[in-house]
Write a protein that binds this ligand. Structure first.
Ligand code: FCB
Length: 487
């Protein structure tokens, strides 16, 4: 790695027989366009909803924006060289729609496409497989003004954009992901309003979720038409949902949150139907009149793989009695989700999210590695035989640079525990074929701006210096050995 004075990484790999991963396992890291690129107004790029949102007072901690971010747009050579030092064999990045199709309509912007061509060529030149995500939350602003994701036409616009990118990059990119975490786009963007575009309407959030999935289905079809060799998937963020007690009311709260967080997306995408209890739970919110004949078949267009982002577990309880309201557990849970302007759980607003008192990350998210095994097994056992990939997993912790080094042992331990869980899932029969750490480097963490660091590589935002942390050196060793030490 680039710090020559570094002693070897923490010794967890130095003893015991190895826990090997299958041959050909993809070892990657992930990023997203708005979180790292910067160059917000260069090369013909126009604003997305995240530019507008971050430039609106009070939306992002500290008034931070992605205007410069990690300046990756100008530093792609250096950044790919760091990936190569890590030994990554795959890199998951997203394309900024506003960079390649400014305004979200019309012809492709050659300068925008050229940036991604250079990135992909640089990756391929280093033997790193490009994994391209088409949409990581940054809708072109004019499309939001035309109605955003609650409007059906946005799905068609997404398919057009997909066709442009497939045409331009499909000769060198084989692995495609349509959407990243549609739950966040729909329910944080249009429900709680803590993400762009910041709307707070439960019915719009549900419509947005449907149209995101419709856009996904149309994009799968556009990709197949343009590039029959493409390997196509979607990335969903999943949580095991556990009731706080065995009481029937708590179990029902868990069922409701599981339906909204997980089944809202898994069922249409992998089974071609919304679950009946979800429709019933949302009866007061929407009549689902926005679902047209044929939509669910489009949404369930066959895929080649499924991407899963895993961070934590939800533990939930039935609505509080008046005496309990605002108690410490509830306040802790509110802090874990950011202070919500409105609810991201339409129809189930009063379900309580509780903390069990287990260790948390700097996001206040509980650390729960067994939840990854549960999640992977559930998708495989209940939904699909397709290859699964962990397309994001990682943790924010406060990092300190001491003598030019960042010894992020908490993050390293988080990765270690979750990779053991991934290995256990494979042992239990899950066809897990790759793991992408979130994130390659510290970056713009949405509503938290630059205050939360998830990277394996530290970024000094004043100088744009990159410092691989201990977790990066450790991960490089895991990749080199294609495994971990047994404990
Ligand atoms: C996921 C997002 C990613 C990053 C991580 C911490 O929800 O996909 O961009 O913010 O969380």
């Amino acid at each position: 790695m680039s710090n020559p004075a570094s002693p070897p990484a923490v010794g967890v790999l130095d003893h015991g027989p190895a826990l090997r991963f299958p041959p050909g396992f993809r070892w990657g890291a992930a990023t997203a366009a708005y979180q790292i690129e910067g160059a917000a107004a260069e090369g013909g790029r126009t604003p997305s909803i995240w530019d507008t949102f971050s430039h609106t007072a009070g939306r992002v901690v500290g008034g931070h924006t992605g205007d410069v971010a990690c300046d990756h747009y100008h530093r792609l050579g250096e950044d790919v060289a760091l990936m190569a030092e890590l030994g990554l064999n795959a890199y998951r990045f997203s394309v900024s729609w506003s960079r390649v199709q400014p305004g979200g309509a019309g012809p492709a912007n050659p300068a925008g496409l050229d940036f991604y061509r250079r990135l992909v060529d640089e990756l391929l030149g280093h033997g790193i497989e490009p994994w391209l995500t088409l949409y990581h939350w940054d809708l072109p602003q004019p499309l939001e003004e035309a109605g955003g994701w609650p409007a059906r036409d946005t799905a068609a616009r997404f398919a057009d954009y997909t066709a442009l990118v497939a045409e331009a990059l499909g000769d060198r990119v084989r692995h495609w992901t349509t959407l990243n975490e549609p739950w966040c786009s729909a329910f944080l963007g249009y429900g709680s309003g803590v993400h762009a575009p910041g709307r707070t309407d439960g019915a719009e959030a549900v419509r947005a979720g449907h149209h995101l999935m419709l856009g996904h289905g149309l994009a799968v079809q556009a990709l197949r038409a343009a590039r029959p060799q493409a390997e196509v998937g979607v990335t969903v963020n999943l949580y095991p949902v556990t009731p706080a007690s065995d009481a029937p009311a708590d179990r029902d709260a868990a069922r409701r949150i599981d339906a909204l967080a997980n089944q809202f997306f898994l069922d249409p995408l992998l089974r071609g139907a919304y679950p009946a209890d979800l429709l019933a739970d949302l009866r007061e919110v929407t009549d689902f009149g926005h679902v047209r004949d044929g939509d669910l078949a489009t949404i369930a267009s066959p895929l080649d793989l499924v991407g899963i982002n895993y961070y934590s577990r939800h533990v939930v309880a039935a609505p509080a009695s008046p005496a309990e309201q605002g108690g410490p557990a509830e306040q802790g849970a509110a802090a874990a989700q950011g202070v919500l302007a409105a609810s991201c759980w339409p129809g189930s607003e009063d379900v309580r999210f509780v903390h069990r008192g287990v260790p948390v990350t700097d996001m206040n998210w509980e650390i729960d590695a067994p939840g990854l095994v549960e999640t992977l097994r559930r998708v495989h056992e209940e939904y699909t035989d397709l290859p699964l990939y962990v397309t994001e997993n990682g943790s924010a912790f406060v990092d300190e640079v001491v003598d030019g080094r960042v010894d992020d042992i908490d993050r390293l331990a988080y990765f270690d525990a979750h990779l053991r869980a991934a290995h256990a899932a494979i042992g239990a029969g899950v066809p897990l074929a790759g793991y992408f750490a979130w994130s390659l480097m510290d970056n713009f963490e949405w509503a938290w701006g630059y205050t939360k660091r998830f990277g394996m590589i530290y970024v000094d935002y004043d100088s744009q210096t990159r410092i691989p942390k201990s977790s990066a050196r450790w991960y490089a060793e895991v990749i080199r050995r294609n495994g971990l030490a047994a404990q």
